[in-house]
Design a protein around this ligand. Structure first.
Ligand code: 5GP
Ligand code: MG
Ligand code: MG
Length: 185
């Protein structure tokens, strides 16, 4: 599926802008309660899918926070179902002794966050929690659960609110499901 070979596809709304905003606000309250005693909280976003969610989330947080980003690329191993993760852009700050909120767009198979979490854990943060906008638990291959989940969704390919289809549609203000044209159409 790339824009080059695409026929017209449609996007069916799944989560409205209003529903997302309300959930981001309540997530912020949960996060504030959890990290109420923090001395230094670093909100670390996984680029690029989390950028809009993270921007909205940090503006709802009344705790003092620092913002940082990392980018990883996942690649599959054809022989096994396990995947590896390569760091394309690392965090700028040293998280040792700090509280970390790792912000992700979607947990799908769980491989990406499992690797990222282990890698960041080796740097000895004081506490680290995961916050994901979306969770597709039916697709999980490795067990991982976020402390904070915006929405649990069914197994469908989604876009919008930071999440792309071949780099497009990140700027949609809502989350929708991609519907490909039927080959018979
Ligand atoms: P996993 O949990 O399988 O390691 O990887 C999760 C990543 O796969 C997400 O962060 C996201 O980048 C990508 N992903 C999973 N499901 C979807 C989806 O429905 N739409 C898009 N655009 N990306 C997805
Ligand atoms: Mg992602
Ligand atoms: Mg992507």
């Amino acid at each position: 599926m790339t824009p080059e070979n695409r026929q017209a596809y449609t996007i069916e709304p799944l989560l409205s802008q209003k529903a997302i905003a309300a959930r981001v606000e309540s997530l912020a309250r949960e996060i504030e309660a959890h990290f109420a005693d923090t001395e230094r909280l670093i909100v670390a976003g996984l680029l690029r899918g989390s950028f809009i969610f993270m921007a909205d989330l940090v503006r709802e947080l009344t705790l003092p926070v620092e913002v940082d980003f990392l980018e990883v690329s996942s690649y599959g191993n054809a022989m096994t179902s396990s995947r590896n993760v390569r760091i394309l852009k690392d965090l700028r700050c040293d998280i040792a002794g700090c509280d970390v909120l790792l912000v992700e767009d979607i947990i799908d198979t769980g491989h990406t966050l499992t690797h990222v979490r282990e890698m960041l854990r080796s740097r000895r943060p004081r506490r680290m929690e995961i916050c994901t906008l979306l969770d597709k638990p039916s697709r999980r291959e490795v067990e991982i659960t976020a402390a904070f989940t915006g929405f649990t969704i069914p197994d469908a390919f989604v876009v919008g609110y930071g999440i792309d289809y071949a780099q497009r549609n990140r700027n949609l203000p809502y989350v929708g499901t991609v519907r490909l044209p039927n080959v018979d159409d």
